[in-house]
Design a protein around this ligand. Structure first.
Ligand SMILES: O=P(O)(O)O[C@@H]1C[C@H](O)[C@@H](CO)O1
Length: 297
């Protein structure tokens, strides 16, 4: 039977995921249960990993390349409090020119490595009045604006070996892990910094206009960023358990009277300030979340 270009492209991407996963499995003895994607300026989450095997994206067959400042472009395997993890120091964004298939490619590679839980982190601007720079938002749900407009990483023929054609997205972010993270924040004395909220993904790379900010605020969005939702869609499609955190790096300007202006350097600065707190929270979650998996599902 004759195949369309899209089908051929899709099969090639599916095969590429397997090739990349096989190559990684041949290069490291680590067999990760948990994958962590580090957001802008949050790459030091990987520094907590013991017995590291690290690979530059340029050296990994089939892997896309990072082009954004604050995204080092390394895949780090190692042990975090006795649990085997793989950590992406740098993610891929649509605005870099990658297709959504490429931006989410690592998620399917993680699935093929045997990962069961995906932790996504990002830097985001706050729309909610109660979220200020330096706060940590546990993501309870998302609005995927590119997805609503038809830019979805699952477009094209469905690969049944990863998941169904029409996956449900009503329980993307694991409630048990969200609850556990909140308990850990209390135990670590940082509860006043942490709250749950809704994340919206936009395409970027420009920050929001005031009209766009007002629109999202009215829609009930608490924080906005330029990533994460496509990765989560692909993760949920292939049956990964997902936990997500936004580090609030700036207030989104919502008023024409406000003279403030957001920039990427400021985003990275705030990320750096809070990365230790985030590292402590994520480490404990990995240690206890994996232990209590039966409770969480
Ligand atoms: O990778 P994340 O979502 O953390 O990066 C955010 C969104 C843009 O890429 C950048 C803007 O400063 O940070």
């Amino acid at each position: 039977m004759k195949q369309t270009r899209t089908e051929l492209h899709f099969q090639t991407s599916g095969n590429l995921c397997s090739k990349t996963a096989d190559w990684l499995l041949s290069q490291t003895k680590h067999r990760p249960q948990v994958a962590i994607i580090c957001g802008s300026g949050l790459g030091m989450l990987a520094d907590a990993l013991k017995c590291q095997d690290a690979f530059h994206y340029t050296d990994i067959p089939g892997f896309p390349q990072s082009t954004v400042q604050g995204h080092a472009g390394r895949l780090v395997f190692g042990e975090l409090k006795g649990k085997t993890c793989v950590c992406m120091q740098g993610r891929f964004h649509m605005y870099e020119g990658h297709s959504l298939c490429k931006t989410t490619f690592p998620v399917r590679v993680f699935k093929l490595l045997g990962v069961e839980t995906l932790i996504v982190t990002n830097a985001a601007g706050s729309l909610a009045d109660g979220l200020k720079p330096g706060d940590i938002m546990i993501i309870k749900d998302h609005v995927n604006f590119p997805g609503l407009g038809g830019f979805n990483p699952l477009n094209g023929p469905n690969d049944d070996k990863f998941g169904p054609r029409f996956p449900a997205m009503s329980a993307c972010y694991n409630p048990g892990l969200r609850c556990l993270a909140m308990d850990i924040a209390k135990q670590q004395g940082v509860a006043e910094l942490v709250q749950e909220g809704v994340y919206a993904a936009v395409g970027g790379p420009n920050f929001e206009t005031i009209a766009e900010a007002k629109l999202m605020h009215r829609l009930g969005v608490d924080a906005v960023g330029m990533s994460t939702a496509p990765e989560v869609v692909v993760a949920v499609h292939c049956g990964l358990r997902v936990f997500g955190i936004s580090l609030i790096t700036n207030k989104v300007v919502k008023s024409y009277e406000d003279r403030e202006c957001v920039n990427h350097e400021g985003v990275l600065e705030v990320s750096k300030l809070r990365s230790h707190t985030l590292q402590q929270l994520v480490s404990e979650l990995v240690s206890r979340g994996v232990l209590s998996q039966q409770l969480i599902d």
